[in-house]
Design a protein around this ligand. Structure first.
Ligand SMILES: [Zn+2]
Length: 230
């Protein structure tokens, strides 16, 4: 019964998008969906109504980009079974019960732990990383900080100057270089490129004029003549 049911291929994307709309896209509507999910009387939902709930739970749990869904190939990440959904709801009830009694909730997933608290303030969460290997703890911190930075509109970019490529935090949307000196170097390079073409064009015209002057009209300038004749 707890076996995962495969998602039928053809309308998966449509089903997923519909569930995503029901769950919502921002933190507020997702939190609202979660409390609504908490109140569902799952044992009373008839079989034909279960699929929608399973899709909602799936979409809430895996907010994905379309490209990710395609890359995933769908077969691997299946729709949760009805049993999975009920277990998830029960686990959430336990969490809420802990909050209600004014305690912190400790989340333990394998060797990964986190603590959540709602006491007298907005919900806070903190991963408890000291039991992990240092590298893993470090990467969890990097993940948390950089995604939070990104969610608040922060941009991590790499300097567009080829010889540099250094990572930098772009304060403005249009900033493409790590420093003023790299930006200046690139501007100079671009200016030179542009003007080199202009200069070449100018020299070609000058050469044509000279040829015309010495050999008379209707001669097309060809540079290699001197060598051919020799
Ligand atoms: Zn740079």
């Amino acid at each position: 019964m707890a076996r995962r049911q495969k998602i039928k291929k053809p309308d998966m994307w449509g089903q997923y998008k519909a569930a995503e709309r029901r769950v919502g896209y921002d933190a507020q509507s997702r939190a609202e969906w979660l409390l609504q999910f908490r109140g569902l009387d799952l044992p009373k939902i008839p079989e034909e109504g279960q699929e929608g709930v399973r899709w909602d739970a799936f979409s809430f749990t895996h907010p994905l980009e379309r490209t990710e869904i395609i890359a995933m190939g769908w077969g691997e990440d299946d729709l949760p079974s009805w049993d999975d959904v009920r277990k998830a709801q029960r686990a959430f009830w336990v969490m809420l019960g802990v909050f209600r009694r004014g305690h912190n909730y400790y989340l333990k997933l394998g060797s990964w732990k986190a603590v959540m608290s709602v006491k007298d303030r907005p919900i806070r969460g903190q991963p408890l990383t000291w039991e992990l290997p240092f590298r893993d703890a470090f990467l969890i911190r990097v993940y948390l900080d950089l995604t939070e930075f990104g969610n608040k509109g922060g941009r991590l970019r790499f300097c567009e100057r080829k010889s540099c490529g250094r990572p930098f935090l772009a304060k403005a949307k249009h900033k493409m270089h790590c420093s003023e000196s790299c930006a200046r170097a690139e501007r100079t390079k671009r200016w030179r490129q542009k003007n080199r073409e202009k200069f070449r064009e100018y020299r070609k015209q000058l050469y044509a004029k000279k040829i015309k002057a010495t050999l008379g009209a209707k001669v097309t300038p060809q540079r290699s003549h001197a060598k051919d004749r020799a």
